[in-house]
Structure formats: C-alpha cells, structure tokens
Ligand binder design. Structure first.
Ligand code: UD1
Length: 307
C-alpha cells in the first residue's frame, strides 16, 4: 500500500480519486485551499490539510512522506481565467511549480497532473491527438499547458516522473453547480430540477467529449501506476462528442422536463468542438471508458436529486 497526496481533494474530481484510493487500502492526504473545494467533499479516512500550494512551504509540507502525488488542485474555469488571469495563474501554475520542486526534493515516485483538453484550442482537426500542436486560447488553457510542460521538463532535467492526464469536460456527482463558472452539466441539471430555464451560450451547436468521473478516476490511477510512462501526456475522455443542444435534450428526457433553453451570446475564448482520440491511453495504460454518457448522466441526475 502507498501514501498518496491528492491536491484539490475537497473538490469534485479529487474527492472521487480520494474515495477510490481509500477503498483500495491506500493512505490519502488531501491538501485543499477550499477556494473551489468544500469540507463536505472530504472522504472518510483522509488526512486533511487546509493550505494554499502557491505558498512553497505549504507544498514542501504537503509532500512529506508521500509516494505519489495526484495534483488536481486548480481554479478549473475557462471564463474565470479570462476575467481574472492573475488569480488563476497562481492557482494553476505557481502551485504546480511548487509541487514539482517539493516532489523532486522529497523523493516522490510520481506526480500525475490534471491537464486540460483546452490546450488544443480551436483547431479544426478532430479527434484531438496528444501529438497535435497546441493552441491555447485563454489564460486557463495556457496555464494548463505551461504546467504540463513544466512537468515534462522536470522529468528531463531531474528525472522526476510526471504524467499529465488531459481531461475532457468531466462531470458527475459532487460537481458544484453553485457558480456561473460551474461545469455546464451541473448547471443544466440544477436548472431543470429547480424548474428554471437553462442558459446556452451561443447556438448550442458547440460539441464536447463529456466524460463521467468514474472513467477519469480509472485513467488517473492507471497513469499513476503504469510503469515506464514518465513524461507522457494522455487524453482521458470517452472519444465521442455531443452538442449542448443534444445534451440538454437527453437531460430533459431523463428528468421529464419540457423547459426551453435561453440562448445568450457565446463566451469569449469558447472552443467550438472538442473530442478526444483515446487510443494512446488505451494502448499504453490499458484505459477503456466503462460508463457511457447516458449512464453517467442518469447517475449524476440521481445524485443531484438526492443531494
Ligand atoms: C471545461 C472545464 C475545464 C476543462 C475543460 C476541458 C469546467 C467548469 N470547465 O471547460 O476545467 O479543463 O472543460 O475540456 O468543467 N455553457 C453553456 N451554458 C452554461 C455553461 C456553459 O452553454 O450555463 C457552454 C460553454 O459556453 C461551453 C460549454 O457549455 O461551450 C462547456 O462549458 P463548461 O462546462 O464551462 O466547460 P469548458 O469551458 O468546455
């Protein structure tokens, strides 16, 4: 059994990773600033430290005695980074650099970094493959790219094992619908349950490779455990894509709702189409998404209804 540090473990994805690690018998320390995370997401059995990893001494203390780091802490919003790039840079880049230095000096076996499909930007070629050129269109995308490149550089310069998982629109239970920056699925479900009209930015024809969180947990744990993949970048997704209009239609069907969307102007920096090629993760990590979009949506709706 190993000791894992899950940064951002009071957040959505970090809390699911913590739960999976605990159920496999590992020891889990969570560090979270509680800026976008919540105490109520902390899983039973984790050790919790409230700290801001943009502070180097907090990062050093966080990795003490740790075998693996799953670095999930972030301000994970594209529009929030457009509005406040400095705040978002601190959370998304400074913290990563501190974690890398601390992991290098602390003898950590591997760091898995939560990257983002936003680094691909608006290139017309689909699906997006890891060896395609990147084209960040927002501060958030640039920060995620910079952090994954820092990771690769630490592998080359210092031999620290770092693997990046590029997430594609993750959704599921515990995703917080409480801010206009929240993930679209959580916002749509909240609106439909409360009987308000969901908001669509643009014409709703933009597409995303929505990925249920259970699939992501599987991809991240494989990225942590698979030998000989240090320095690699992997798409973690399902390999499909649906438009926001199709997504809303499916959610309306699941919830038995006839609410009509309100259409607003498209968001600045919004990518039109996003779909992953997942063959690299399948080939090198043995990754395969096991939960379909509709199954994931049903499970997420059930959780929102009970929460
Ligand atoms: C999302 C993630 C980001 C991740 C990236 C990877 C969230 C909050 N952001 O960005 O962390 O790195 O995927 O692909 O999960 N929209 C609406 N109505 C709403 C909210 C959003 O129409 O009420 C639209 C947006 O304009 C966008 C799409 O839905 O076209 C998805 O938006 P969002 O859920 O914020 O995710 P991304 O910006 O794709």
């Amino acid at each position: 059994m190993s000791t894992y540090l899950v940064t951002g473990g009071a957040g959505f994805i970090g809390s699911h990773l913590s739960a999976a690690l605990i159920s496999r018998g590992h020891t889990v320390r969570v560090v979270d600033s509680l800026v976008t995370g919540f105490r109520h997401n902390l899983q039973p059995g984790v050790e919790f430290v409230a700290a801001d990893l943009a502070d180097a001494s907090a990062a050093t203390a966080a990795v003490d005695g740790v075998d693996y780091v799953l670095h999930q802490a972030a301000i994970p919003s594209v529009p929030r980074s457009v509005k406040n790039p400095v705040e978002s840079h601190r959370a998304n880049v400074d913290a990563m650099l501190n974690i890398l230095v601390a992991a290098r000096d602390g003898g950590v076996k591997r760091v898995v970094f939560a990257g983002s499909s936003s680094v691909y930007g608006d290139q017309p070629t689909l699906p997006k493959r890891e060896d395609m050129p990147t084209k960040p269109m927002t501060p958030y995308a640039l920060q995620k790219l910079m952090s994954e490149q820092y990771g690769q550089m630490f592998t080359r310069l210092y031999g620290l094992e770092v693997v990046t998982t590029r997430y594609f629109n993750v959704f599921g239970p515990r995703q917080d619908p409480g801010s206009p920056y929240s993930g679209v699925i959580s916002l749509f479900i909240k609106a439909l349950i409360e009987g308000t009209r969901p908001m669509i930015y643009g014409d709703g024809g933009q597409t995303r490779d929505f990925t249920f969180v259970t699939n992501v947990v599987d991809g991240v744990l494989r990225a942590a455990e698979t030998p000989a993949v240090a320095g690699e970048v992997f798409n973690v997704a399902t390999g499909g894509r649906v438009s926001l209009n199709e997504l809303l239609a499916t959610l309306k069907k699941i919830l038995g709702s006839d609410a009509e969307a309100v259409y607003e102007a498209a968001r600045m920096g919004d990518v039109r189409d996003s779909q992953a090629d997942i063959t690299k993760a399948e080939r090198l990590l043995g990754y395969r998404p096991t939960v379909t979009l509709e199954e994931g949506l049903r499970e997420t709706v059930a959780w929102f209804k009970s929460a």
